[in-house]
Design a protein around this ligand. Structure first.
Ligand code: ADP
Ligand code: TYD
Length: 203
């Protein structure tokens, strides 16, 4: 079972993955948790280039760097874990590229999706949890974390609004893969809904 978590920066993905980890531990299920960009050693270097290096990154270069990170991540970490029968929890996956590089950066959505799927040899998640929140509210949550903004977080609110809308369209087009949750609810309300959906799918 490969479960990915999506949504714009600050919606609460890490917080909900924490809850799923506790639930999986209680059930005695073996799992790994990982993230993009940067879930591998090579990926950490790519993450640095994408988020912390000074200077511009051309949009197509940005899309390819995310895809390169993802290709290595899948080949060396995600696929081997799935092959061993582990549950894999992924904090972001290729839908992030479609939403951010495709819609927010205004590249062609289909091209970005195709590049990403080629990178991962067409490995699709079994379930994608989309946490949906207004971009202003997500920005406020982000500001509480005390970390300074990285290169993408310096983008204006309309960048994140475009990403949010794209995520909702993706979810509408693939209702069987996506579970959309209202991220404006409390942490406990969201995790209760999420876990009850997972209970259904795990049995
Ligand atoms: P993400 O991983 O999507 O960037 P985080 O899980 O790091 O988001 O959450 C960002 C901030 O918002 C954290 O300070 C977290 O405690 C807070 N937060 C997460 N979920 C909620 C929620 N449902 N309501 C209010 N605050 C939340
Ligand atoms: P992340 O560390 O998940 O940020 P956060 O915890 O704040 O959600 O992701 C780093 C940034 O990279 C984030 O702004 C989203 C962006 N991103 C893309 O633009 N495309 C992608 O394919 C991925 C995986 C992330």
């Amino acid at each position: 079972m490969f479960i990915t978590f999506e949504g714009i920066d600050g919606v609460g993905k890490s917080t909900q993955i924490d809850a799923v980890e506790r639930w999986l531990d209680k059930k005695g299920k073996k799992f790994i948790r990982s993230f993009e960009p940067g879930g591998t050693e090579l990926g950490q270097e790519i993450r640095h280039l994408l988020l912390h290096r000074k200077g511009d990154v051309a949009p197509r270069s940005e899309a390819l760097l995310y895809a390169a990170d993802r290709a290595h991540h899948v080949a060396t970490k995600i696929k081997p874990a799935l092959d061993k029968g582990l549950v894999v929890l992924g904090d972001r996956y290729f839908d992030s590229s479609v939403a951010y590089q495709g819609a927010a950066r205004e590249l062609d959505l289909h091209e970005v999706r195709d590049i990403s799927l080629w990178a991962v040899d067409n490995l699709l998640p079994d379930l994608t949890v989309l946490l949906d929140l207004d971009a202003e509210q997500a920005m406020q949550r982000r500001n509480q974390t005390g970390e300074g903004p990285d290169r993408l977080e310096k983008e204006k609110v309309d960048f994140f609004e475009r990403a949010r809308e794209a995520y909702l369209t993706l979810a509408k087009n693939e209702p069987a893969r996506f579970l959309v949750l209202d991220a404006s609810e409390s942490i406990a309300q969201i995790s209760e809904k999420l876990i009850s959906e997972l209970e259904k799918r795990f049995d």
